[in-house]
Each structure stands twice: as structure tokens, then as C-alpha cells.
Design a protein around this ligand. Structure first.
Ligand code: FAD
Ligand code: ATP
Length: 577
């Protein structure tokens, strides 16, 4: 596959192996690595002929152009700063320049800004209960790309990014002392692991004593202590603009959505000044670590979607999806797809790392509605972003109970910890093509569609009866868009321990397959051994595939081979919304 990767990475955009490219690739592969030809032959049998999609699918020059134009629209030439001394910006899950309130506040309140990212070793340890890698190699790679891009965009604005390996509570106080920084600005988080770090940073800063500012020493006698100022910034609607306190967030999504929508539009994006310079004098800004330096085995994506980390890629994906491909107007009809980059926005990895601001997405939707079309689809992206906000605010309300087995409602139910069953789910060997294909996509790319996530969650929890936290922690390892609130929020929801008014949310695999993958295109993309079967058999291969590891709780695969007949009433629940 080395040759294929070389070829793939030489281009940005969909890896369409068009006849001319294909011929070239075959020649190239035949000469360099004959065994790779088998892979290429199997690629041809997918109906689109595409094996790898880069997301965004725009080339490097176009990315630069989009970033330049977008930054220009969000730059104000009249902004003035009125602060003194040095302020630190501690970047966390807000890896962007555009609409970054912590960065803006640091600039206004200082004469010099020091942007810092701490590569926290805790991010590369293990998950809480089941000991999976806390951050898988693909997300680590995405994160490192995001840092490299953040540095690039900060340099464009006259700054840089100091990258330090270490715990924030150790790195930040020593920087605050060395640069006499009066304030550390950072984005506020809401889950206990991140809250603990905030607490430790705060405590450690209190032990730093800075000399008094000379000219003000008459009024401010004695030493000063740098302060930690946390700024809200992860959601589309600001926490201070909610029509209720975060502790009183309605439990039911629809009530939440209607109330926040009735209160008005989200705040506008914060503009940035033309130039954020100067930074304080730093000798060594630090390199972006490679994935193996983080102690992980690097992983290449050679099939499915390959996401590029960073704000520049994020802005380019918005441009590509909304403006270039004009897909926003059909989002609501396509959003339940599973194959390829264009059935949904794919904004989530950038939203989770904060390379993309949800308020920017909001403003782009409104601009698109003014300039092109406004319909159910354009609204629906905002509807989905409100789900994201909802889970974030629920994490404030329910704190750690979002992570507990019984969930916020303290539901008691017997759960299994059967390792063999779990391993078959994780490795995509359950004998159910729809489950196996989705799990293989997750492990190979770090992404799975929303449809797929709901189906594999239901299967693990309802058909296998496995402790849902095992599934949630595996998602935590693998997902590029891992976000504790959306991940554990959706898992509690799917496991029936969240706030869903309908408790038993069973997703019937035969039904899901018929509705969302009727020709078996998706399963045969991920399980090439199914490609030669008739289309209607790919999801129901019988003896030509692995034996199902557990029977389905409702229904029996054999009944649904070929043309489906009757599906029990309770199995027709095939959509959350
Ligand atoms: C079991 C399970 C686990 C999940 N874990 C995560 C996670 O860790 N991180 C994450 O961002 N999303 C998670 N989701 C939600 C959803 O699957 C992804 O946000 C979505 O698939 C991302 O693809 P997209 O950007 O193309 O989404 P689109 O369909 O284009 O939606 C636009 C945006 O709306 C938001 N959104 C959409 N659906 C949801 C949802 N159900 N909950 C919260 N936000 C939503 C996302 O930010 C998304 O980028 C999970 C869903 C399930 C069922
Ligand atoms: N960002 C995060 N990502 C994943 N999990 C998180 C995050 N923040 C908090 N958690 C989870 O929240 C839970 C918090 O556990 P914590 O130790 O605070 O309380 P506890 O479960 O009562 O402790 P213990 O089990 O040790 O008695 C853990 O399951 C932890 O994994």
C-alpha cells in the first residue's frame, strides 16, 4: 500500500481513480509493488470507483485562498488594545484564530500575547474503566495537524504558538513567571477531567509571585499573582444567553431547542484585529510532535475519509460543502447516508477540536440563506448544532452522572462485560455486515456516520447487552470528533439511561440495512469480500459470511434475506428524529 499512499497524498481532493489515473496507478503499482494490484482491482468494483476521499477535497492553493478571504471578512481595522504587560492564551479545545474570544481578550488586555499549547501526557494515557488508549493515533495525528495549522495562522497575524510537552499546571505557571504574565486566558470546559486541570492550573498560578508593575507601584504595593480567566466559547449559544440557568436546562431536547431559539440568534463572531503582534521574545517555540513521539503507532488512512486537521481545512470544508458543492440545500435529505464525504457536513472533527466555531457555521448558514436558498435543509444544520449545544449544557447540569453506568436517571439494569462479544464488535467481526462495516470504518478512519453510530450503539447495548461504557470508551479512543459531552451524551441516550422519553430505542439491523444501504454499497466498500454477491444479499449474506455472534433480540436475519417481508412493529423505530 505504500505506493498507493504516495499517489494519494500527492493530490488533495477525492481520490477518483478515473480511467487515466487508474491506468497510471496500475502501472505504477505493478512496477513498484505487484501485490498492491489486488487492492486496486477491488477498488474498481465499487460503483463510484473511489477508495479514498480527502476531507476537505480542495487543493492547497484553494485552502490558502479561502482562509485569506474568510480572515479578511472577520478582521476589524479599527480595534484598539488598552492593556499592559503580557497575557498568555492557553489553547485547549479552541484551536483557531477566527472567533476566538480568549485570544481576543488576551490581546485587548495586554501589550504582548504569548499563545501556548501544552501537550498534556494525560491525553495519551488510557480511558477510565477499560484501559483503551485515551487518544488513538488518528486523532493524535489530526490534533498535531491542527497545532501546525494554528501556528501558521497565528504567524500570519504576527504571533506564533509555543508548543510545550507537559501538564498545563506545570507549564503555565513557569511561563507566567518567566514572562511576568498578568493573566492566562483559556476556554472554559465542563467535564470533570478538564475541570480538574483548570483547578490545578489556578492553584499553581497562585503560587507564582510577579514583581509589582514599576510605574503603578505606588497604588499596587507588593507582588502580583497571575490570574486564570476562563472564557465560554464551545457552543453556538452562549451560556450567558440561555433563557434558563445551566443547572435548569430542560431534560427534553425539543424543549431546550424551542426555548433557546425563541430567545433569539446566537451572538455574532468576535472579529480579530489586523495584527496581534508582538509576542514576547521566545527563544524556542517548540516543534509539533510526531505521532510516534507521543508514544503511539502512526496509522495511515488508505480507504474511506482522510480528514485534514486545522482551522484552514475547517474553513475550506465549510466553503466546499456550502458554496462550492452547494450541498447545504439538500442536507436534510442526505444526512442519514453512510458512504463518502458529502451526505453530511463532516464539520464535527473541527468543531470538537475548536478549529471551527459553531457561531461561524451559524453565520455562514444565514449568509447562504440570503444569497442562495433557505429551506428545511439549511435550518437542519442549525437544528443539529443545537443538539451539540444541548449535550454540552447537559454536562454542566448532570456533571459526572453522564459518565455513570446508570446515567443521569440512575437506571439499574444488568449489563454484561463479555470480552469475546465486545472484541467481535470492536473488531468488526460480529457476522452482521452493517455492524462490521461501520466498526471497520471507525477503526480505519476515525469517523462513522451518525446513522452508523446509532446502529452500532443499539447492537452493542440491546442485542449484546454489553455495558455501554465499553462502547463509549472505544469511541473515545477512535473518534476524530471525540467530545466528552456529545459522545457520552449520545451513548447514555442510546443506552436508555439518558433523558430520552422513549427508553427502548432498538435499531433493527435488517430494517436499517434495507432503508439506508439497500444495494449493499456501504457494506461492500468496507467488506470487499461481499462485493461479488448480488446487491440484495450483501447485507444478508447467510453462510457466505461470518456466522452471527449473537441472535438479534427482535427478528432473525434469515427472514430478511433477499426481499424483506414483515418486520415486527417495534422494529420500525429506525430514526431518532
Ligand atoms: C453513540 C454516538 C456517539 C457520538 N459521539 C460523538 C462525539 O464524540 N462527538 C461529536 O461531535 N458527535 C458525536 N455524535 C453525534 C454525531 O454522530 C456526529 O456529530 C456526526 O455524525 C458528525 O458528522 P457531521 O459533522 O457530518 O454531522 P452533520 O449531520 O453534518 O451535523 C452537523 C453538526 O451537528 C452536530 N451534531 C449532529 N448530530 C449530533 C448529535 N447527535 N449529537 C451532538 N451533535 C450533533 C455535530 O457537531 C455535527 O458536526 C455521536 C452520536 C452517537 C449516536
Ligand atoms: N473529558 C472526559 N472524557 C472522558 N471521560 C471523562 C471526562 N471527564 C470526566 N470523565 C469521566 O467522568 C468520570 C469521573 O469520575 P470521578 O473520578 O470524578 O468520579 P467517580 O467515578 O465517582 O470516581 P471513582 O470511580 O474513582 O470513585 C469518569 O468516568 C471519567 O472518565
Amino acid at each position: 500500500m505504500a505506493s498507493l499512499s504516495l499517489f494519494s497524498f500527492s493530490l488533495r481532493g477525492e481520490k477518483l481513480l478515473q480511467p487515466s489515473n487508474r491506468a497510471l496507478t496500475l502501472l505504477f503499482l505493478t512496477q513498484h509493488k505487484p501485490c498492491a494490484c489486488f487492492k486496486i482491482m477491488s477498488l474498481h468494483s465499487t460503483s463510484s470507483g473511489t477508495v479514498m476521499y480527502e476531507v476537505p477535497g480542495v487543493d492547497v492553493e484553494q485552502i490558502d485562498h479561502v482562509v485569506e478571504q474568510t480572515f479578511e471578512r472577520y478582521t476589524s481595522k479599527t480595534m484598539k488594545r488598552n492593556g499592559v504587560g503580557t497575557a498568555i492564551v492557553w489553547f485547549r479545545n479552541d484551536l483557531r484564530v477566527l472567533d476566538n474570544e480568549a485570544l481576543y481578550k488576551a490581546w485587548v488586555s495586554s501589550e504582548m500575547v504569548l499563545p501556548v499549547y501544552c501537550v498534556d501526557p494525560r491525553l495519551f494515557q488510557t480511558t477510565y474503566h477499560f484501559g483503551f488508549p485515551k487518544t488513538g493515533a488518528l486523532r493524535a495525528q489530526f490534533l498535531m495537524e491542527s497545532l501546525a495549522d494554528l501556528r501558521k495562522n497565528l504567524i500570519k497575524k504576527g504571533l506564533n504558538l509555543l508548543i510545550q510537552q507537559g501538564k498545563p499546571e506545570e507549564v503555565l505557571p513557569s511561563l507566567a513567571k518567566a514572562f511576568a504574565a498578568h493573566t492566562v486566558f483559556a476556554q472554559k470546559e465542563t467535564c470533570s477531567e478538564e475541570l480538574m486541570v483548570e483547578k490545578l492550573v489556578n492553584k499553581a498560578l497562585q503560587r507564582v509571585h510577579l514583581p509589582p508593575i514599576p510605574e503603578k507601584s505606588s497604588s499596587q504595593t507588593g507582588t502580583r499573582i497571575p490570574i486564570l480567566q476562563l472564557v465560554w466559547g464551545s457552543t453556538m449559544y452562549d451560556i450567558d444567553d440561555l433563557p434558563f440557568s445551566a443547572k435548569n436546562v430542560p431534560d427534553v431536547y425539543t424543549q431546550f431547542r424551542k426555548s433557546v431559539e425563541a430567545k433569539g440568534a446566537p451572538r455574532g463572531c468576535v472579529k480579530a484585529p489586523v495584527c496581534l503582534a508582538p509576542p514576547p521574545p521566545v527563544e524556542d517555540w517548540g516543534g509539533v510532535p510526531s505521532v510516534d513521539q507521543l508514544g503511539l503507532q502512526p496509522q495511515k488512512v488508505s480507504r474511506g475519509m482522510k480528514f485534514l486537521g486545522g482551522e484552514s481545512a475547517a474553513l475550506s470544508r465549510v466553503y466546499e460543502y456550502f458554496w462550492e458543492k452547494d450541498l447545504l440545500k439538500v442536507y436534510k435529505e442526505t444526512r442519514n447516508g453512510m458512504l463518502g464525504p458529502d451526505y453530511s457536513t463532516k464539520f464535527s472533527p473541527w468543531l470538537a477540536s475548536g478549529s471551527l466555531s459553531p457561531r461561524f457555521v451559524y453565520e455562514e448558514v444565514r449568509r447562504y440563506e440570503k444569497e442562495r436558498h433557505a429551506n428545511d435543509s439549511t435550518y437542519w444544520v442549525l437544528f443539529e448544532l443545537i443538539w451539540r449545544d444541548y449535550f454540552r449544557f447537559l454536562s454542566v447540569k448532570y456533571r459526572n452522572s453522564l459518565f455513570y453506568l446508570g446515567g443521569p436517571r440512575k437506571v439499574e439494569r444488568p449489563w454484561s462485560l463479555d470480552q469475546k462479544l465486545f472484541d467481535s464488535w470492536r473488531d468488526g467481526c460480529t457476522g452482521y455486515p452493517l455492524i462490521d462495516a461501520n466498526m471497520k470504518e471507525l477503526a480505519s478512519t476515525g469517523f462513522m456516520s451518525n446513522r452508523g453510530r446509532q446502529i452500532v450503539c443499539s447492537f452493542l447495548v440491546r442485542d449484546m447487552g454489553i455495558d455501554w461504557r465499553m462502547g463509549a470508551e472505544w469511541f473515545e479512543t477512535c473518534l476524530l470528533d471525540y467530545d466528552p459531552c456529545s459522545n457520552y451524551g449520545n451513548w447514555t441516550y442510546g443506552a436508555g439511561v439518558g433523558n430520552d422519553p422513549r427508553e427502548d430505542r432498538y435499531f433493527s439491523i435488517p430494517k436499517q440495512a434495507q432503508v439506508y444501504d439497500p444495494e449493499g454499497e456501504y457494506v461492500s466498500f468496507w467488506l470487499p469480500q461481499l462485493q461479488n454477491l448480488p446487491k440484495d444479499k450483501r447485507n444478508f449474506p447467510g453462510k457466505q459470511y461470518l456466522e452471527p455472534i449473537v441472535p438479534l433480540k427482535f427478528g432473525n436475519l434469515n427472514k430478511h434475506q433477499g426481499h424483506n417481508k414483515t418486520i415486527p412493529r417495534r422494529q420500525t423505530n429506525y430514526g431518532r428524529r
